[in-house]
Design a protein around this ligand. Structure first.
Ligand code: FES
Length: 259
């Protein structure tokens, strides 16, 4: 039985009406379906197709293309562990294995209490804080196997958890409603970009580097034209920062795994 109500249909129509071409609203509409149904259901697909005047097959084609749309029910917290290259070598693989054991689930499976769905995810473009996890699409940075276990235990026990660079975490359905375009008022909560993300900006300011103007097209990027990169190679401050950052994280992951 579907949980979609007349109010849901009204909100789906309101999303479609935001766009000059109604079908451009399909992605947020699918998020709204997930916020109500907990997954993409056949009824949700039919509702989107009817409102947009397209076929169910077209909607289904989109819903099955993106991994953010789920065909199976998701727990209250969708916990993703980045196991892409950088996070993997920095401890992501260890974290994922530890969580599988701790939660007694495999990839894309949900704990018996319905609280946590575990999945491995690809690079979140957050490698400066590797190894990275995500909970309901919010970042959890510089994780270790021990902090990952603590995180899922806190979530399952209902303790308040805050993203390391974002707001208090709500449920997955609540996050899906935000992605559908209905703000929860938490957008400005928590920290924003942290020091690791701002290292490049700091170096640029320190060295008076500026971006080339939009209408400047260098004929080649041969030797002598990559001044910032050359300078960076010989910049002892940058080298020290990178070295310090990576060894600190490795040490944390290794110490944690040794526990
Ligand atoms: S490899 Fe994990 S965020 Fe990039």
């Amino acid at each position: 039985m579907t949980a979609l109500t007349q109010d849901t249909f009204g909100e789906l129509e309101a999303i479609a009406a935001r766009y000059p071409e109604a079908r451009s609203g399909l992605l947020p509409m699918l998020h709204l379906v997930q916020s109500v149904e907990g997954r993409i259901t056949p009824e949700g697909i039919e509702a989107c197709a009817t409102i947009l005047g397209i076929s169910a097959a077209e909607v289904s084609g989109v819903a099955t293309f993106y991994t953010m749309y789920k065909r199976k029910p998701v727990g209250d917290y969708l916990v993703g562990v980045c196991t892409n290259t950088l996070c993997a070598v920095m401890g992501g693989d260890l974290i994922f294995e530890r969580l599988k054991d701790h939660l007694d689930v495999g990839n894309d499976e949900t704990t018996e209490d319905g609280k946590v769905t575990l999945e491995h995810v690809e690079c979140n473009a957050a490698c400066d804080y590797a190894p990275v996890m995500m909970v309901n699409w919010e970042f959890m940075d510089n994780m270790t196997p021990a902090s990952a276990v603590q995180l899922v235990d806190d979530l399952r026990e209902g303790r308040e958890v805050t993203s390391t660079r974002g707001p208090r975490l709500g449920t997955w359905k609540e996050a899906e409603r935000v992605l559908a375009g209905f703000p929860d008022g938490r957008a400005d909560e928590g920290p924003g970009a942290g020091p690791a993300s701002l290292v490049g900006l700091g170096l640029a300011r320190q060295n008076s580097w500026t971006a080339p103007s939009a209408d400047t097209q260098p004929e080649s990027l041969g030797a002598g034209e990559g001044a910032p990169a050359d300078e960076a190679d010989s910049n002892p401050a940058e080298a020290a920062a990178v070295d310090q950052s990576s060894s600190a994280t490795e040490t944390a992951a290794e110490k944690d795994e040794a526990k």
